[in-house]
Ligand binder design. Structure first.
Ligand code: 6PG
Length: 236
């Protein structure tokens, strides 16, 4: 595990964008599971504004989780990515594999698992992303695996239907076996509201066993935490 701590969200965005640029430059093909949340937004804006020489035809976009809403809905992670990145870059449509949030959640979780199976490399009998980008919620959730449904992490399926604890909104989420099989996993965590959980997870405090984010342990060993100083301030 590697901790990368930067001054603020803008710096996290800048240095994550540079890390991503290098991955794109050094790979013939790069499959990425994106996350929702506020930090990726800033990163996408930074990339779209500052890097105009990236070969996007080598990059294949997927989503680690999606809200079960149509792609035009303000809560759609896909729509957020279109607005902040896809609409501003030259990426072939065939490289974009979105979760169909408008479909029946159970059917879509099954379909998306098949998409992963058919389009990703298979390693250890499991579809393998080159990079999984994750956020962490204030409650310790990651992707859309929430503490009250932490058992979904260990599901046999690659994708499951999760339920947001407050809004009861359905989400389609990839599971632990996919996340921990990725070649690289990058957590993007910013803000003081995350500081306590960041410390508990990094120092494997007993209580962290209740947080899905603490279960992120890619077998590749390539786990990076991109943090701002606010999120890192309680690390002992
Ligand atoms: C989602 C997410 C979710 C998110 C975290 C962190 O779609 O809601 O993918 O897991 O990444 O809640 O969000 P922030 O970047 O806003 O802290």
């Amino acid at each position: 595990m590697e901790l990368k701590i930067y001054k603020d969200k803008a710096e996290v965005a800048k240095y994550f964008a540079i890390y991503l640029k290098e991955l794109i430059r050094t790979n013939d093909k790069l499959t990425i599971a994106l996350s929702g949340g506020s930090t990726p937004k800033v990163i996408f804006d930074y990339i779209a504004e500052n890097f105009n020489d990236l070969d996007w035809s080598k990059v294949f976009l997927y989503w680690g989780d999606e809200r079960c809403v149509p792609p035009t809905h303000e809560q759609s992670n896909y729509l957020m990515t279109v607005e902040h990145l896809i609409s501003k870059i030259d990426m072939p449509k065939e490289n974009i594999f979105r979760v169909l949030g408008e479909e029946c959640p159970n059917e879509e979780a099954k379909r998306y698992a098949m998409v992963l199976n058919e389009t990703l490399e298979i390693e250890h009998d499991i579809p393998q992303f080159d990079l999984v980008i994750l956020g962490m919620g204030d409650d310790g959730h990651t992707a859309s695996i929430f503490p009250h449904e932490i058992n979904l992490w260990d599901a046999a399926e690659s994708c499951v239907v999760a339920t947001h604890p407050e809004s009861a909104q359905k989400r389609v989420s990839i599971t632990g076996k996919i996340i921990n099989n990725a070649k690289q996993v990058a957590f993007l965590v910013t803000g003081a509201s995350k500081a306590e959980k960041v410390d508990e997870i990094i120092n494997t405090a007993e209580v962290s066993k209740n947080y899905p984010a603490a279960l992120v342990k890619p077998t590749s060993g390539n786990l990076y935490w991109f943090l701002d100083e606010d999120a890192a301030k309680k690390i002992k």
